[in-house]
Design a protein around this ligand. Structure first.
Ligand SMILES: C[S@@+](CC[C@H](N)C(=O)[O-])C[C@H]1O[C@@H](n2cnc3c(N)ncnc32)[C@H](O)[C@@H]1O
Length: 278
């Protein structure tokens, strides 16, 4: 059954998002050789975003827990010695890859609100033996780091899940040092989504109902104080890969034919770059 929500119900949405990703983390930690994966990367395009050799250097559970829609670590052009923050770090894949890229003189923080994801990420960190990493518990709307303390903010398929995206972008700007980079993979939609999708709790938690249009993303980044804003579409999703395939095991939304027709060709993965002016 589809559960509908008033979209003003921010706490309901946050709880639903937390429950969905707690389930996803458990489906990875409880994985046995015979069990099938659930609530993991919905589309092969996501897996292809990473370099196989780079992935081979990480624990398998970090790779299996990957739920992103791109690879911000590759596109952010990280340099040795830099400090990176990943908003909504999940099982830690992008934090661990960032830590390797910035090297021992740099540092990578991951921030997430879901305890099960934080536990999984810390387990993956310990298994990989990477030391220049810390996972923080908290909300991307209230980042628990001082002003100007990071060089690069990355994020992979998370900002669309927030009910207060203006606040997330203001916080990203605040923690960046002057001249710092914002390099994020996220879902973008073309135009207004049908009411039936917008008010569908599961469609929000699977990264569709809360997604911004390109125009709105640009406007919000600009209003938060960012410059050099660039949005590049990297992939068009088949709505079925985001909806129906996740419906059975992780409570994703199911979709009727009318919704499918309305969404076809209108859900994208994008790479979003911006800069806090110097
Ligand atoms: C789609 S998953 C992406 C995880 C990771 N970035 C990746 O690429 O695998 C979304 C993650 O963001 C976290 N999250 C969602 N909303 C959040 C918020 N408002 N504050 C902190 N974490 C949040 C969830 O707990 C979950 O781990």
């Amino acid at each position: 059954m589809v559960s509908h929500i008033p979209l003003s119900a921010g706490e309901n949405l946050r709880d639903e998002v937390r429950r969905r990703y707690a389930r996803s983390a458990r489906s990875v930690t409880e994985l046995t050789p015979d069990s099938s994966r659930c609530c993991t990367t919905p589309d092969p395009a996501t897996a292809d975003a990473y370099d196989a050799i780079e992935l081979g250097s990480l624990p398998q559970t970090a790779v299996l827990a990957s739920l992103g829609c791109g690879n911000p670590t590759a596109l952010a052009e990280l340099n040795p010695g830099e400090t990176v923050l990943d908003l909504g770090s999940g099982g830690g894949i992008d934090v661990l890859l960032s830590a390797k890229r910035v090297g021992p003189s740099g540092f990578a923080y991951g921030l997430d609100m879901t305890d099960e994801m934080l536990d999984l990420a810390e387990r993956n960190r310990a298994e990989s033996g990477i030391e220049n990493v810390q996972f923080l518990r908290g909300h991307i709307e209230e980042i628990p780091l001082p002003c100007g303390s990071v060089d690069v903010v990355i994020s992979n398929c998370v900002i669309n899940l927030s009910t207060d995206k203006d606040q997330v972008l203001r916080e990203a700007w605040r923690v960046l040092a002057p001249g710092g980079r914002f390099a994020v993979s996220d879902i973008i939609v073309d135009g207004r989504l049908p009411e039936s999708i917008q008010s569908n709790l599961a469609a929000w938690s699977c990264c569709v109902a809360g997604a911004l249009t390109e125009e709105s993303y640009r406007e919000k980044l600009h209003d938060a104080g960012f410059s050099d804003i660039d949005i590049e579409i990297t992939h068009t999703y088949d709505p079925k890969s985001l909806f129906t395939e996740s419906a059975d095991c992780c409570g994703g939304p199911s979709m009727n034919d009318a919704d499918y027709e309305a969404l076809k060709g209108r859900i994208y993965a994008a790479f979003i770059r911006a800069r806090r002016p110097s």
